[in-house]
Unconditional design. Structure first.
Lengths: 113, 114
């Protein structure tokens, strides 16, 4: 059973546009929601993370929006750049599972020049 | 040093071979992980070591054997693999095996089983 559903599977955005990736979860015990960015030939790297006591977190051009009642969270990339082209994974974690992450299926983002 | 290193970068092996993957970190992290990643899929957790002790084995076949010789090193011993085991094997580390701890991933070893 997939516990974190991510959409879209792929996304093409023009340079300067806004990229939006959505994730939905079922397990209400999840308490930590990180986003990872992975470039081809590299391992994933933590981009930004949020805990459910806040509804939004912003770091530079990257913003997480969190809706606890809807059990949804999303990543917004403002002023998207070709260098943002990568695969993005949302993830979720609950305290009782230690650091075990449940990943979404991933979104392949392409930003055209 | 904020890096997780993995060797080799690429590995091709036959189904009867024995090989090992190596991972190293010098960040003082006490939790280390092995993941398997197939193309266009998310990483799948295989093993977690916490303070050099195996804390999680996600029902991984015994042809994969992890080892943590010390707090900086993590090995994955491979024996009698199948072609479907071909994948990117990622090592990661985090300060502790706890929630809210960022996991730092290495670049991975691209494994091909013939």
């Amino acid at each position: 059973q997939q516990q974190v559903k991510q959409s879209p599977q792929s996304l093409i955005v023009q340079k300067g546009g806004i990229s939006i990736i959505n994730c939905a979860y079922e397990n209400t015990a999840f308490d930590y929601f990180p986003w990872y960015q992975q470039f081809p030939g590299k391992g994933p790297a933590l981009l930004i993370a949020i805990r459910p006591d806040v509804s939004e977190k912003k770091e530079g051009r990257f913003t997480i929006s969190f809706n606890k009642s809807a059990k949804q969270f999303s990543l917004h990339i403002m002023d998207s750049q070709p260098g943002d082209s990568a695969t993005y994974f949302c993830a979720a974690n609950e305290e009782t599972s230690g650091s075990r992450l449940t990943f979404g299926e991933g979104t392949q983002l392409t930003v055209n020049p | 040093d904020t890096e997780v290193t993995q060797t080799p970068k690429h590995l091709v092996m036959g189904m009867t071979n024995k090989k090992s993957l190596k991972c190293e970190q010098h960040m003082g992290h006490r939790a280390m992980y092995w993941y398997k990643q197939k193309a266009k899929k998310p990483p799948e957790l295989m093993f977690v070591y916490s303070y050099e002790k195996l804390s999680i084995n996600e029902s991984v076949p015994s042809r994969f054997s992890p080892e943590c010789p010390n707090s900086s090193l993590l090995n994955l011993h491979l024996h009698a693999l199948q072609p479907e085991d071909s994948a990117l094997y990622l090592c990661a580390s985090s300060p502790r095996d706890k929630i809210y701890n960022e996991q730092f991933f290495g670049p991975g070893t691209r494994l091909t089983v013939l």
